[in-house]
Write a new protein. Structure first.
Length: 356
């Protein structure tokens, strides 16, 4: 665009006198204002930034299988919470005997087809006792999930704390923690559970825990948590080794933050994703371990139902009442598979490299 000459320098006769030039400028301004009014306000262009949590939720919503599995897990947790409430209110009766629903003359097998399935007993009744299978299964899920959740919590707390210390401190501390991890992993978990059960339960009872199933449940929680914390410690240690060189940790140290603040205010908030993912992946192993221990006679004993002792009891009737064996077996398989798939889905959703 050519520069407009100053009005004082315009000479007459050149076709660019001052009055005509001023008129052209006013007309151009009016045209520009009119065009702006017609077009309306100019909207800002660009992309709105999203937080890592928003990106993770978007990836999770796109994964239809994980969303379905999350619904299955939520349904199991809801049933586990609801079962003790319904039992206390008298809506469910998992320990009520129904002798009129079994054939006492022929081994106590349920009357009717498919293990006594009916509208009042949707999953049938238990052989020899006539107890409702659905009520016992729902309450069994409550106790099995309770044991699995607390065992996972014990492992997560111990493993996270020791992994933080080992990964951040390094040196001799890291070597000592690593040797303890190796030594703990060298013990066979199932054999130690069986070998230490009698003496450990006596010690737990002396502390003040009631005898019987409360002692057994606490023993299973402590032993499962003790043998699982090394896996948490190794994962957390590896994450801390990369996080301790980041700028926010250097800034906290330069401002005089002590180690406790660095551990729990700077590093721990950045570790919730691996802790959450590995916790969901450890849950199925604890559920399976509880079932196996009940089969070996170390778990929670009847009449308190768990998935393990229900399945253990159903093995005796598998040839004659197959539905009574299939139902608890299918419940355990569904829970274990659901938590495994949920862990895989959360790992993919929380991975920042998943969109690449």
């Amino acid at each position: 665009m050519s520069a407009v000459p100053p009005l004082d320098d315009v000479t007459p006769g050149t076709g660019t006198d001052p009055e005509r030039l001023a008129t052209d400028i006013v007309v151009e301004d009016l045209e520009a204002d009119t065009a702006a009014e017609i077009a309306g306000p100019i909207e800002p262009t660009g992309f709105e930034g999203r937080t890592p949590w928003q990106l993770a939720k978007a990836r999770l919503y796109r994964d239809k299988i994980t969303m379905f599995i999350m619904g299955v897990v939520a349904l199991a947790v809801f049933a586990a919470i609801l079962a003790p409430i319904l039992t206390a209110l008298g809506v469910m009766s998992p320990n009520e005997f129904h002798q009129d629903l079994i054939n006492t003359k022929l081994g106590g097998y349920p009357l009717g087809k498919w293990g006594g399935i009916s509208w009042s007993h949707p999953l049938g009744v238990e052989p020899q006792t006539g107890r409702d299978v659905l009520s016992r299964l729902m309450l069994g899920i409550s106790f099995s999930l309770l044991v699995a959740i607390f065992a996972t919590l014990v492992a997560a707390v111990i493993g996270t704390v020791l992994g933080l210390i080992a990964g951040y401190a390094g040196g001799r501390t890291d070597r000592w923690v690593s040797r303890i991890v190796d030594m703990t992993l060298s013990f066979p978990q199932t054999l130690m559970l069986l070998a230490l059960s009698a003496q450990a339960m006596i010690l737990i009872t002396k502390v003040g825990v009631p005898e019987g199933n409360p002692t057994r449940a606490l023993y299973i929680i402590l032993v499962l948590g003790f043998f699982a914390w090394p896996y948490f410690a190794r994962i957390i240690r590896g994450q801390v080794l990369s996080l301790r060189e980041r700028e926010f940790v250097e800034a906290a140290r330069s401002l005089g933050a002590n180690r406790r603040r660095v551990y729990f205010r700077e590093l721990l908030p950045n570790l919730w994703a691996p802790i959450l993912v590995y916790s969901t992946m450890m849950m199925p192993s604890n559920i399976s371990a509880e079932a196996a221990l009940s089969y070996l006679g170390v778990g929670i004993s009847p009449p308190t139902p768990t998935l393990g002792n229900i399945l253990t009891n159903s093995v005796n009737f598998a040839p004659t009442v197959p539905t009574y064996f299939i139902v608890p077996g299918l419940a355990i398989a569904t829970l274990v598979l659901s938590f495994n798939l949920l862990g895989d889905g959360l790992r993919d959703a929380l991975d920042p490299k998943a969109d690449r």
